[in-house]
Design a protein around this ligand. Structure first.
Ligand SMILES: [Zn+2]
Length: 332
């Protein structure tokens, strides 16, 4: 079954409930509080000019911007929000640098920013902030979700938004990484409300697949998020994605999957309070055995469930070898 907990995970789940604020070691929460904020452009993972690769692995060989996905040589993630919206620290850390000398809507120079150092050695950068919109000082200790600034459109900015970067150090240089690709997002600690809840699924959740064959599976989620789920491929489309940070891929990918870890999109627009059904193939690719494939709803690369806190939504899959034809006597 897909459920709030693994069948054997009850004790762990209880522990997490009691702990209250338990979280995974490398989780970053979203750098804002408003659940309606989406992503307009993510990180371009291909450094070559006019070749773009986004967090799904999709590649465009052109120089055009692709709304909701990526544009060429973009080093961060753009979250559209009206000026003076709350900007939150994505993780506990220490403020190491800031600037706030530009106007809120100034265009044509580097903008106002905050730079935070985190315990894992990475840094986060928050750009285009409002004039006098920085609410912390250098050396300040901040906690995940703490409001550190007000958004704006200072610097090289064509519309009010937050530009966010996750920076890692290599050979003495800081360079931007892609939190989407690394699956670092979580809604913990509840800065963005949970947007969907599990409803029911095909075959009560347990599936057996003959090795090398594909079966159809469906799962239904109720929309708790206050906005309509979309099928629009470019803007806010709801997808059912796998959760496998190590492989970034699923061994059960079937022909109808949109990418190596996006199983399908919702089959109808679903308003808040309604239930949407996801139907997708599960391919019996791995050797015979028992597996569990974990899924999560995704919109503009943001995962809609908090895995660190609630456990996994997963399908137990039993792969079996096919029945071999019995050789007749005298034949081979
Ligand atoms: Zn940007």
């Amino acid at each position: 079954m897909i459920g709030l907990l693994r069948p054997t995970g009850g004790a762990l789940f209880l522990l997490l409930l009691l702990a209250g604020t338990a979280r995974a070691a490398d989780d970053y929460t979203l750098p804002f509080h408003d659940p309606k904020v989406g992503l307009s452009y993510g990180v371009d993972r291909d450094l070559r000019s006019c070749i773009q690769a986004d967090w799904t692995g999709q590649v465009w060989v052109d120089c055009a911007a692709h709304w909701g996905r990526v544009y060429d040589n973009h080093t961060g993630m753009d979250f559209p929000m009206v000026a003076f919206s709350a900007v939150a620290a994505a993780r506990d850390g220490v403020v190491v640098d800031l600037f706030e000398g530009f106007g809120t809507w100034q265009f044509g120079a580097n903008g106002n920013f905050v730079l935070i150092r985190h315990p894992d050695g990475k840094r986060t950068l928050y750009y285009h902030l409002a004039q006098n919109g920085v609410l912390v000082g250098v050396g300040d200790q901040v906690t995940a979700g703490q409001v550190i600034a007000k958004s704006g459109c200072s610097g090289m900015c064509n519309g009010e938004h937050l530009h966010f970067e996750l920076l890692a150090q290599q050979n003495g240089w800081w360079f931007p990484t892609d939190p989407n690709w690394e699956r670092r997002w979580t809604t913990w600690p509840g800065r963005v409300p949970f947007l969907a809840s599990y409803w029911r699924e095909n075959n009560a959740g347990a599936e057996t697949i003959v090795h090398g064959q594909t079966i159809a599976h469906w799962v239904e989620f109720r929309n708790d998020g206050g906005r309509t789920w979309r099928n629009d491929i470019s803007r806010g489309r709801i997808l059912l994605g796998t959760w496998n940070p190590a492989a970034h891929a699923s061994a059960f990918r079937a022909w109808d999957w949109g990418s190596s870890w996006y199983a399908t999109n919702v089959d109808r627009a679903t308003a808040p309070g309604q239930v949407g059904r996801f139907t997708f193939g599960l391919y019996g690719g791995p050797p015979a055995g028992s597996y569990g494939e974990t899924f999560n709803l995704v919109a503009n690369s943001l995962f809609w469930f908090d895995h660190a806190r609630l456990g996994s939504f997963w399908v137990p899959i039993n792969v079996v070898w096919g029945i071999s034809p019995t050789p007749r006597a005298g034949t081979r």
